[in-house]
Design a protein around this ligand. Structure first.
Ligand SMILES: [Zn+2]
Length: 229
């Protein structure tokens, strides 16, 4: 009987250890987790001095509360072949519905600049926003040709963040960067690299909101809380 109990316990232990090993194998480290520390030095731990009281489109359009005053070039959530094959597009690519000349980019709400990272043609400004219920969200503005702000700067909707590439400037770089890659983020724990390393729907939902839905639901004066999806 004693021998049987010993064999039983040993077998259970072996199965348990094997299961532990298997579990480790089926959870590979994501590209985001592997890369995030590289971008941490560009992040500044700062707190917005004001809460968000309204949301506007990020360009100087005739009515910044109107979603129809911007034009979507590329949708959120579509698979991309550039850089890392089949990564998911985490933004909407946009321009003003009617535009000529240099296009200036503005924050969609008040906040503080908490990261400026990458170089041409992906120059990126990230803004941290404080909501009335004390939650924090982020908006990210990518493909800027010039940047007019610095990390830690408190900003409002009229602060010029930067400007977009003109069509001619983008063509010189053999790219189609003459639009704003605009993200609304639930988290910035990735320090920015999820923008090009998101490979699954779970990661997309972990870090991002659909910016088109977000703007459609929230443009205008904030009443009590924001609508987020
Ligand atoms: Zn984009």
């Amino acid at each position: 009987m004693k021998t049987f109990t010993l064999i039983f316990i040993t077998s259970c232990l072996a199965i348990f250890l094997q299961a532990g090993k298997l579990q480790k194998k089926v959870i590979p480290q994501s590209y985001i987790d592997k890369d995030r520390s590289r971008w941490a030095p560009f992040y500044l731990e700062v707190w917005p001095s004001k809460t968000v009281d309204s949301w506007k489109v990020p360009f100087e359009t005739p009515d910044r509360y109107k979603f129809s005053s911007i034009k979507i070039i590329s949708k959120y959530g579509s698979p991309r072949l550039s850089y890392l094959k089949n990564h998911i597009h985490t933004a909407i690519d946009i321009i003003p519905a009617k535009s000529t000349g240099y296009i200036t980019v503005y924050p969609v709400a008040s906040g503080v600049v908490c990261s400026i990272h990458l170089d041409h043609p992906f120059k990126t400004v990230v803004v941290k926003h404080l909501l009335k219920d004390n939650t924090i969200i982020y908006t990210s503005y990518k493909h800027l040709q010039e940047i007019y702000v610095r990390n830690g700067l408190q900003i409002d909707q009229n602060t010029k963040l930067g400007r977009l590439y003109t069509h001619t400037e983008a063509q010189k770089l053999n790219g189609n960067y003459d639009h704003l890659h605009f993200e609304v983020r639930k988290s910035f724990d990735d320090f920015g690299c999820a923008s090009w390393l998101t490979m699954t729907r779970e990661e997309l939902n972990q870090y991002f909101y659909n910016p088109a839905d977000f703007l459609k639901q929230n443009l205008g004066i904030v009443k009590k809380t924001i609508n987020v999806y």
